[in-house]
Design a protein around this ligand. Structure first.
Ligand code: NOJ
Ligand code: CA
Length: 670
């Protein structure tokens, strides 16, 4: 049937017995969702073209005082809507955004309890999302959700990339297994079907609710997930009241891995920007007094090896100013590191004795470098909330407009989880309060990214990944890890992975390293080539992008020119080729110039790209940072070449990526 002929929303077939179906099509007609009410039970199913993506999957809740909302729904009303809007993002990776979807809303009554509940589905060309609403109503005010029962019944046993569910950490290596082995996962969880379709399950606009993990149900049903929300300490999942809606449950569907990465559905499901004047929000490259602590050459605590001294900070400021790096984070600047882990350990207003905060802030200002404040809480959200206003006022007073937060430790109040509702609300409070003080946030040990940067563009970036730090004190991240993150973790949003290690084998200051977070540091290293580190600077998008190595490893290093010259305030992004966990090539444009990063897993490969994204009327100079012949992640990983070449639209470039290697191109219009 011609898609245009099929009305965007059909009340289909209808009223045979107790079965009511509603069919919702994506704007391009390719994705078809059927929302079903059969004998009082609500379910849905999704097709892309001829392929069944989600089999009949039921929807519902278990409430504390009202019991199960599963059987006994009747349809009160239905409506449809269409949205086709353009909006401009404050920052990238793409600024011109299009939000195009069809929406179906079913107003339902749960007859046994008289509770009114709506379910809303949105169909985009790149996926489907749904959420529940509990409108204000008589007879329902505050209520407690004990379980959300949203099912995702997949088809067959697709290849799946997943991290295990953990209520407190996303810092894990991804598994690649058949779906049947992925029993309980955090989202985003990504799958590839036999036909090559790429599907990712996640959530959007996670607010006033707890984070969702996905758990397989029952024996013999190894491909059906049901939502499992992160609990409060008392076992409740969500404490809420009527007049609420849940986050969106998202099913991103793409024909290939590159299209999956390019999807904007999750950010589009978030509300428009709530910050009126966004002129102060700016992407930046940054460095840090940071890596030294992780590899053990410096300490956060005061003493002989304290990294955050006035003098050391001024040295970093000088380098940043001379090398076009806009920001500098200084960890260990404040009192409390000797008590890390205890309640009320950290003091976010009192500097360490050997750190002259005022002097450093004034020097940074003079040199045009943004000092990034650091607030490690150790997980003590209660203590942090008490100090928040005075700590942010101090930032405002010193002209500091960026802040890295951290929650490395068990949450206070004890029993609450990083990914539970208490913390979802805490993280939101940080973002909202920071916006009032003109502060941009980079959150570590955060709640997952769900596209809220559209609403709160001062929520720049976050960790929520097994990042670079793990290479400093553990067996580290294998080469495949960084080419899996773009298809999993990053589907939620930017990632503060912190690439940029140049001293790949951690040999330059070997003698000064003291283990602090593992027994044996002799095997620690970064598992890539140097050129791949530059490629990751482009691929692992963050509007606050860190060049994470020690300044001493950058001084006079020719490859630092790539980072120094990079303008990461991207207007546009294209993924040129990709396979999950294997390789990815990403091109990002700022004005007339492009940066391209290409990276591979343990396998060496030649990758050809067509420069058909360049402007036809211009010529460009490409500076190419490549793995040197004879170099790979195991042998001579620090060897690289820098070559220059004139290029134009339509040219083909063949890149040789070493095993565990990569290549970075800076393409500048002449
Ligand atoms: C963990 C963060 O991810 C890391 O970046 C930071 O250095 C430490 N916590 C200390 O705050
Ligand atoms: Ca961390």
């Amino acid at each position: 049937m011609h898609t245009k002929l099929l009305a965007i929303l059909l009340l289909a077939i209808g009223l045979m017995g107790c079965k009511q179906n509603k069919i919702l099509q994506s704007p391009d007609g390719q994705i078809l969702t059927t929302i079903q009410l059969i004998n009082g039970k609500l379910s849905y199913q999704v097709m892309k073209g001829e392929e069944l993506v989600i089999q009949t999957s039921s929807l519902g809740f278990k409430l504390k005082e009202h019991g199960d909302l599963v059987d006994g729904f009747t349809l009160l009303d239905r409506s449809r809507a269409e949205m086709n809007e353009s909006w401009t993002a404050v920052w990238g990776p793409r600024k011109k955004m299009v939000n195009h979807y069809n929406e179906a809303r079913l107003a339902l009554k749960h007859e046994p309890t008289n509770i009114l509940m709506n379910v809303v589905f949105r169909a985009f060309n790149d996926g489907v999302a749904f959420r529940y609403e509990f409108p204000e109503q008589e007879g329902l005010n505050e209520f407690i959700i004990m379980d959300e029962l949203s099912e995702f019944a997949m088809v067959g046993n697709p290849t799946t990339w997943w991290i295990m569910a953990d209520f407190d950490s996303y810092e894990k290596l991804y598994n690649e297994t058949p779906l049947s082995k992925a029993e309980w996962v955090n989202t985003p969880v990504t799958m590839r079907t036999n036909s090559g379709l790429h599907i990712s399950l996640h959530e959007a606009a996670l607010t006033n609710y707890s984070g969702m993990t996905l758990k397989q149900i029952g024996k013999g049903k190894k491909n059906t997930y049901v939502s499992h929300l992160v609990p409060w300490a008392d076992g409740a999942k969500v404490k809420t009241k009527a007049g609420m809606h849940t986050p969106w449950r998202t099913i991103t569907i793409a024909d290939n891995a590159a299209a999956l990465v390019e999807s904007d559905m999750i950010i589009n499901l978030n509300e428009p920007c709530k910050i009126e004047d966004t002129s102060w929000i700016e992407p930046m490259k940054y460095m840090g007094i940071w890596w030294g602590m992780h590899i053990g050459t410096e300490t956060w605590t005061e003493g002989k090896r304290h990294g955050a001294t006035t003098e050391n900070t001024m040295r970093y400021i000088d380098f940043a100013a001379d090398n076009n790096v806009q920001g500098l984070v200084v960890e260990g600047w404040n009192a409390g590191w000797d008590k890390w882990g205890a309640k009320d350990a950290f003091d976010h207003v009192t500097p360490a004795a050997d750190y002259d905060l005022k002097k450093v802030a004034a020097y940074a200002k003079e040199k045009g470098v943004e000092l990034i404040m650091h607030h490690e809480t150790g997980g003590d959200a209660v203590g942090y909330e008490a100090l928040m206003d005075s700590a942010y006022a101090l930032c405002e007073h010193l002209g500091i407009k960026a802040l890295k937060t951290g929650y490395a430790g068990g949450i206070y109040p004890r029993g609450e989880h990083h990914h539970g509702q208490y913390m979802v609300e805490h993280y939101q409070k940080v973002v909202t309060t920071a916006a009032q003080y003109g502060i941009m946030i980079n959150a570590h040990e955060p709640i997952k990214a769900t596209g809220k940067r559209r609403t709160w563009p001062n929520m720049m970036t976050r960790e929520g990944v097994r990042g670079m730090e793990w290479n400093g004190w553990s067996d580290g991240n294998p080469p495949s890890h960084t080419v899996t993150i773009p298809f999993t973790r990053m589907l939620g949003g930017p990632v503060d992975y912190t690439p940029g290690t140049f001293d790949i084998l951690l040999k330059n200051f070997e003698d000064e390293r003291v283990p602090w977070n593992c027994d044996d540091i002799s095997q620690t290293r970064t598992h890539t080539t140097l050129a791949k580190q530059l490629a990751l600077f482009v691929i692992l998008y963050s509007p606050m992008q860190m060049a994470s190595d020690l300044v001493d490893n950058y001084i006079n290093h020719p490859a630092f020119a790539f980072i120094a010259n990079a303008n990461i305030d991207y207007d546009e992004t294209r993924v040129l080729n990709a396979e999950v966990g294997q390789y990815i090539t990403t091109a990002r444009r700022t004005g007339n110039n492009w940066l391209v990063g290409s990276a591979t897993n343990e396998k060496a490969r030649d990758i050809s790209i067509m420069l058909d994204f360049l402007d036809k009327d211009k010529t460009y100079e490409a500076t190419i940072y490549a793995d040197k012949e004879g170099c790979d992640w195991l042998n001579n990983p620090e060897q690289y070449t820098i070559t220059k070449q004139t290029v134009k639209h339509g040219d083909k470039i063949t890149m040789r990526l070493a095993a565990g290697g990569g290549q970075a191109l800076s393409i500048t219009a002449k």
